[in-house]
Write a protein that binds this ligand. Structure first.
Ligand SMILES: Cc1cc2nc3c(=O)[nH]c(=O)nc-3n(C[C@H](O)[C@H](O)[C@H](O)COP(=O)(O)O)c2cc1C
Length: 208
């Protein structure tokens, strides 16, 4: 049985119930929960989108709590809630569908809130370092095309960017599960989904 006790599931597909990243991220999160007997916190950024970051957030996080305007307090309070969700998680499962070669704006807004100097990363004489340590991340990326190999691999601005953002805040233990090549007709989509199911099962077996 895995020792991963608290799981945070972050989904973001703007395709709602059709979202393959959401489907497989949920499958992993529920599988981890079953194996660990732990708790699952779910945040769906598509059904409850975050606002874009604003001056109230950027300036508000630089002033002490008691000096914040109500608008700043609200903006910073939301970011604190998101950071606390990650801090209290042992495993984080993220579902990301490729939108125009990158991540959705819903998921980008989440990273914009949680990538926070002094909270999730710091700068010192050795440069930047992440503060979210000892956590496992399962990253499910879905795309219509194939990006893990072949001619389109250099244009995968989703997986590389996400793993960089995660590493920047200390999340370096990342297992990637891909759903790719679903755009080439029903047979290809079926095969892609079957290949992802194998990856999901393997990830859960390793966690067991
Ligand atoms: C607005 C939009 C933009 C997309 N852009 C791309 C793209 O740039 N490259 C690609 O391979 N697939 C693209 N797709 C296909 C999606 O990546 C694919 O449907 C994937 O499964 C989406 O993730 P989801 O199933 O979790 O929603 C796009 C789909 C939509 C709706």
């Amino acid at each position: 049985m895995t020792d991963r006790k608290h799981i945070l599931l972050v989904t973001s597909s703007p395709r709602g119930a059709e979202g393959l990243s959401t489907r497989f991220a949920l499958e992993i999160a529920e599988g981890l929960k079953l194996r660990s007997g732990g708790a699952l916190t779910a945040r769906d950024l598509a059904s409850e989108p975050l606002p874009h970051i604003t001056p109230a957030y950027i300036e508000g996080r630089m002033v002490p709590l008691e000096s914040r305007t109500p608008e700043q307090a609200q903006a910073v309070g939301l970011a604190e809630e998101l950071v606390n969700e990650i801090k209290s998680a042992d495993a984080i499962v993220i579902g990301s569908g490729m939108i125009n070669f990158g991540l959705s704006s819903q998921l980008k807004a989440w990273f914009d809130h949680i990538t926070w100097p002094g909270m999730t990363f710091k700068y010192d004489e050795n440069g930047p370092s992440g503060l979210l340590l000892g956590k496992k991340v399962y990253l499910v990326t879905a795309s219509g095309g194939v990006f893990s190999q072949g001619p389109y691999a250099p244009f995968d601005f989703q997986t590389g960017y996400l793993t960089h953002l995660l590493a920047f805040i200390g999340l370096t233990d990342v297992e990637i599960v891909r759903v790719e090549g679903t755009v080439f007709g029903p047979d290809a989509a079926k095969a892609a989904i079957a290949a992802t199911q194998v990856q999901v099962q393997a990830a859960l077996d390793r966690a067991a």
